[in-house]
Design a protein around this ligand. Structure first.
Ligand SMILES: [Zn+2]
Length: 245
């Protein structure tokens, strides 16, 4: 498909989206485009004019797909309902649609997007963790940065594989990751991980927005349906616990 065709298709998608403030409304937003011109699309669901804004990203590494199933499940759970009061949930299946299409970790330029964010970017990384020629060199990275600044998310949950644990930040935010671990049944393993990974999306979000962002690492391979469903519920329950009022 040509860039123009992709563009008009995504425009059509946006136009077809009901934008009313009724129960179960879905507002689709174009976050940006991948290197190969694939649209990165977010769905906003939940309460209208939310005070508490949540971002859920199913995948940034194209060979880690299970978080995208959690995103589908969250969308299903919120469809046709008003959703949690005062809480808005933005879901993105993949911020690396080229990698997701080809089943590869990195983007179409061979960059690990989760090492390309400008906070504590490390240019010495290469191979499997190639951080790119410069901080935020990749269009997918810049799209996520613009989108995050625009909505100023209070909570961001990013799904990965295959470590099989919830990664707790090492600062005061860790309690929310611990709570998520309890709600989802995926433990933290007792250690903390903040700042170990240069140029990561969650470290940048936490630094830039000053809010809570953490990673959930499923184990390798296909997760069961009950596990996916439990994580989808855990995200909403965590947001309810964190949201004021
Ligand atoms: Zn990953």
């Amino acid at each position: 498909m040509t860039r123009r065709a992709v563009l008009s298709l995504s425009l059509l998608l946006l136009l077809l989206t009901p934008a009313s403030a009724e129960a179960g409304r879905i507002e689709r937003e174009l976050v940006g485009y991948s290197v190969q011109g694939k649209p990165i699309v977010s769905w906003q669901q939940g309460g209208s004019e939310p005070d508490f804004r949540v971002l859920v990203v199913g995948s940034i590494h194209g060979d880690e797909s299970q978080g995208m199933r959690v995103v589908s499940r969250i969308r299903q759970n919120l469809a046709g309902r008003r959703g949690p009061k005062g809480i808005g949930i933005w879901t993105i299946k993949s911020v690396n649609p080229d990698g997701s299409a080809s089943g590869t970790r990195k983007n179409a330029r061979g960059v690990d997007l989760n090492r390309n964010f400008p906070y504590r970017w490390d240019g010495s990384l290469d191979g499997g963790y190639n951080s790119g020629p410069s901080p935020a060199s990749e269009r997918e990275t810049r799209a996520v940065m613009r989108f995050s600044r625009r909505f100023d998310f209070d909570l961001a949950v990013w799904f990965h594989q295959p470590w099989g644990r919830t990664l707790a930040p090492c600062d005061g935010q860790r309690r929310w990751a611990f709570l998520y671990a309890r709600l989802s049944g995926l433990g933290t393993g007792g250690s903390c991980d903040r700042g170990r990974y240069p140029g990561s999306a969650v470290s940048w979000q936490h630094h830039e927005l000053g809010t809570t962002a953490f990673v959930v690492e499923f184990g390798s391979g296909l997760q069961t349906r009950p596990v996916i469903a439990r994580h989808a519920r855990a995200v909403i329950r965590l947001a309810r616990r964190m949201a004021p009022g």
